[in-house]
Write a protein that binds this ligand. Structure first.
Ligand SMILES: Nc1ncnc2c1ncn2[C@@H]1O[C@H](COP(=O)(O)OP(=O)(O)OP(=O)(O)O)[C@@H](O)[C@H]1O
Length: 355
């Protein structure tokens, strides 16, 4: 299963939902993360070897229980058995956080065969259950996360306090321990210069806005992740319902920005997206950042029916393939120099444009 996870650019949840009736590519995916710790075991951040080893062993013994809960095959991948590049690929595929990719013993990833569930073991908390769904579908992701959560709880006791809720390493997660998050492509808000105002108002409402790989990452390819901050005094269902409202508001703002591009200097906009397309079609070397920025322009040009459509998974697939570690694996190489990577990246993109 590890090979498939490392080799395939697209997990199912990065494919567009079949029922998707919108032509634009604004909401990419939904994620629910539950932070949980086991009763009477020292927290991960204390770096107590015995505790780390115990949690690691407990999560090895859970695979059958998880399969019974949702019918998926699960594997347990020890991260210290992977190469640095392989761990980075898991970040590029959004299965682990960038912090989790740092080398450390007893860290593991428990992952379902379709990668819709990825449990980080011994990250900031004993376990972080993540469930993903394509498009805006936090409820399905939540239902799946709860299945996994209940299955684990049927075997082991969690650290839970009647007044506070789930106890977590960082006080900001105490309560539900839940972060609901939606990954979005917001190019028109960036192009029209409206993004800062919009992000400010979302922050004021008490939500986080992060980049392509979550905490501390940049919004490469104009991709943002919006998530709740509050985990106390609010139920999981209300958190999800309120975040969905914020996301729908954000989608409406992005659509307005697209309309503004339409009503503004249309030829200048057409020129920009055709130039992006031309560069991707003919360039011989592309850096990772330039590729993501041009791919974002091209996806917007396709959404706005200026450029020929390249299929529903074009953008999501190339966002993963063109990342440095995945790209080297895709080329069948253990390592590549920066210029070899830039030239192979341009070649792969050209082949996708020609498809
Ligand atoms: N909606 C989403 N779709 C796909 N991947 C996501 C989504 N939201 C977050 N991720 C991924 O989850 C990982 C962790 O993100 P992040 O650091 O923001 O969350 P967290 O671990 O829940 O946060 P924290 O530790 O601050 O509570 C990253 O790899 C990020 O790309």
């Amino acid at each position: 299963m590890l090979d498939r996870i490392l080799d395939e650019p697209l997990s199912n949840w990065l494919k567009r939902p079949e029922q998707s009736d919108t032509k634009e590519h604004i909401v990419i995916s939904s994620r629910i993360r539950l932070a949980r710790n086991f009763k009477d075991i020292v927290f991960t951040n204390r770096q107590n070897k015995e505790a780390l080893a115990k949690v690691d062993t407990m999560m090895r013994g859970i695979l059958g229980v998880l399969k019974k809960a949702d019918g998926h095959e699960y594997s347990n991948i020890s991260l210290d058995k992977l190469s640095d590049a392989e761990r980075e690929i898991l970040v590029e595929k959004h299965l682990i956080s960038p912090a989790m990719a740092q080398k450390a013993p007893y860290r593991a990833l428990v992952v379902s065969d379709d990668a819709s569930v990825a449990v980080m073991v011994n990250e900031e908390d004993h376990i972080r259950i993540q469930a993903m769904a394509p498009g805006l579908d936090l409820s399905s992701a939540y239902a799946h996360a709860v299945q996994v959560d209940d299955a684990i709880e049927s075997k082991y006791d969690y650290a839970f306090n009647e007044h506070f809720g789930y106890l977590t390493a960082c006080p900001t997660n105490v309560g539900t321990g839940m972060r609901a998050s939606v990954m979005m492509h917001l190019p028109a808000l960036v192009m029209t210069g409206r993004i800062n105002r919009v992000v400010r108002s979302i922050l004021q409402l008490g939500y986080s806005v992060r980049g392509l790989y979550g905490e501390g990452s940049d919004a490469l390819g104009h991709i943002y992740q919006v998530s709740n901050q509050l985990t106390m005094g609010i139920s999981e269902e209300d958190t999800i319902a309120q975040l969905e409202k914020v996301i729908n508001g954000l989608v409406a703002e992005e659509r307005k920005a697209r309309q503004a591009l339409h009503d503004g200097d249309w030829e200048a906009f057409e020129d920009r997206v055709w130039r992006a397309y031309g560069t991707l079609e003919y360039a011989r070397r592309l850096s990772g950042e330039e590729a993501l920025s041009l791919l974002s322009d091209v996806q917007l040009g396709m959404d706005m029916e200026i450029l020929p459509k390249k299929g529903d998974t074009f953008f999501n697939e190339l966002i993963v393939i063109t990342r440095p570690n995945f790209l080297a694996k895709y080329a069948g190489k253990d390592a590549m120099t920066a210029s070899e990577r830039d030239s192979y990246r341009a070649k792969v993109i050209r082949s996708y444009i020609e498809k």
